[in-house]
Design a protein around this ligand. Structure first.
Ligand SMILES: [Zn+2]
Length: 425
């Protein structure tokens, strides 16, 4: 009979610190950054390193046909679905050392501590490192999209892997995978009981409120696309102002007008709106631009709010079109609906925080994560730990080690509960 677990399960800090330092050295960029794009040699090196740690911890490992790594610890009841935790090991170009690896190392330490403590668990426990979460590899949440059957060979052939200029399909093969067998990566329904991801917050709330752990209630949805303006190109000296149909001015009026509209929205319909790319054409100092394009990224807590703001955008374009005689239209819109965390997994995380003696806050996630894809397969939940100054996707990204440890202990306690067959996810 296994010894009774000592609760709370404390992380092995020295080991975590060592592993964190070792992973941060692979693909290091400057003093504190990382360039470790999925499907590159640096990425394979770190994945193999984490795989070795999993095996040393007694986990059974597998790497699927596109490069997702999973380590498994069997439960004491045969045939039950697994409780999975993890995140990603790839980075932005460049990114920081915490975005992704924090969640993989926390899951590894949590499952390893459960094993070492002798705590009994009915369900199997799995640690996952999804391949290619960051858009820098050519596809956002690539590995979890393949695992949930959203992306297959056709999509991989269409997407470009920026570091090599090859298609994602070719890049998977070059990295040692077998993209033609992507269907073999798809996890069967009912193979998972729950999925939990620990991630850095990538925002300022936890630090500002001095709370070490956030329990995510919902991952906000987004709408992305382009806005295209068509005016008339003209000579910058010859064309008097009243005669112009200047596409750049129309785009500027639209951007500022939309900012005013979304800033005025009531709290429950609050959104973030970003015009991250602006282009004017033909793009010369002495030419009145006849064309302009914007990219937009709009995020909100509800699909209705997303659609409402898209409607306001079209309204603004119509108004500006009439006053400036510049036609504007919204194009190439893609929508990802908001994704709520499951109440059962949230409950386990909240109890986990109590068991670990950690204060916590409910928080939405503004960023998209692999957890959103996994939500199609099983109940999902997320833990956030503080990002200093809210910074992420930059070498300046930083999270205090004590917060990583605290999050890991909350995760361990939550996983132990979810792995109890009497606990509903
Ligand atoms: Zn991430």
């Amino acid at each position: 009979m296994a010894a009774k677990p000592t609760l709370p399960l404390r992380a092995n800090r020295a080991r975590m610190r060592r592993e964190f330092g070792a992973q941060a050295a692979v693909g290091r960029h400057g003093e504190t950054g990382l360039v470790r794009i999925a499907l590159t040699p640096a990425y394979n090196r770190v994945r193999d390193m984490v795989r070795r740690w999993m095996e040393e911890a007694g986990l059974q490992t597998r790497v699927d046909a596109v490069g997702n790594l999973v380590g498994r610890r069997e439960g004491r009841v045969k045939g039950l679905p697994a409780v999975m935790a993890g995140s990603h090991l790839d980075s932005q170009n460049p990114g920081g050392r915490f975005d992704g690896p924090a969640g993989v190392l926390a899951a590894l330490e949590a499952v390893r501590r459960i094993g070492e403590s002798g705590a009994p668990h009915d369900h199997p426990l799995e640690v996952v490192a999804f391949v290619g979460e960051e858009s820098a590899c050519g596809m956002t949440v690539f590995g979890s999209s393949v695992m949930t059957g959203v992306v297959g060979p056709k999509e991989m052939k269409r997407a470009v892997h920026p570091p090599t200029g090859k298609s994602m399909y070719e890049a998977v093969a070059a990295a040692g995978g077998n993209p033609a067998r992507a269907a073999s990566c798809v996890l069967p329904r009912r193979s998972l009981k729950a999925f939990v991801e620990l991630h850095i917050e990538q925002g300022p709330v936890l630090e500002a409120k001095r709370v070490p752990v956030g329990v995510v209630d919902l991952v906000v949805g987004y709408a992305r696309g382009k806005v295209i303006f068509q005016g008339v190109t003209a000579h910058s000296g010859g064309q008097p102002m009243p005669y112009r149909r200047d596409a750049a001015m129309a785009a500027a009026e639209f951007m500022v007008g939309m900012e005013r509209i979304v800033r005025r929205a009531p709290a429950r319909r609050r959104v973030t709106l970003t015009f991250g790319e602006v282009g004017v054409y033909p793009g010369w100092v002495s030419i009145v631009p006849g064309g302009a394009t914007l990219s937009f990224d709009l995020r909100a807590r509800s699909l209705a709010t997303l659609k409402g703001v898209l409607g306001r955008m079209r309204g603004e374009l119509a108004r500006i079109g009439r006053s400036r005689k510049v036609a504007g239209r919204v194009a190439e819109v893609s929508i990802l609906p908001p994704c709520p965390a499951s109440p059962g997994v949230r409950r386990a995380l909240i109890r986990g925080a109590a068991a670990a003696g950690s204060r916590w806050l409910p928080l939405p996630s503004g960023g998209v994560h692999d957890a959103c894809r996994m939500a199609a397969l099983c109940p999902m939940g997320m833990i956030f730990i503080p990002s200093v100054k809210g910074l992420s996707h930059t070498p300046e990204e930083f999270t205090h080690f004590r917060h990583l440890v605290q999050g890991t202990e909350v995760l361990a306690a939550a996983l132990l509960q979810l792995a109890d067959r009497r606990v509903k996810a």
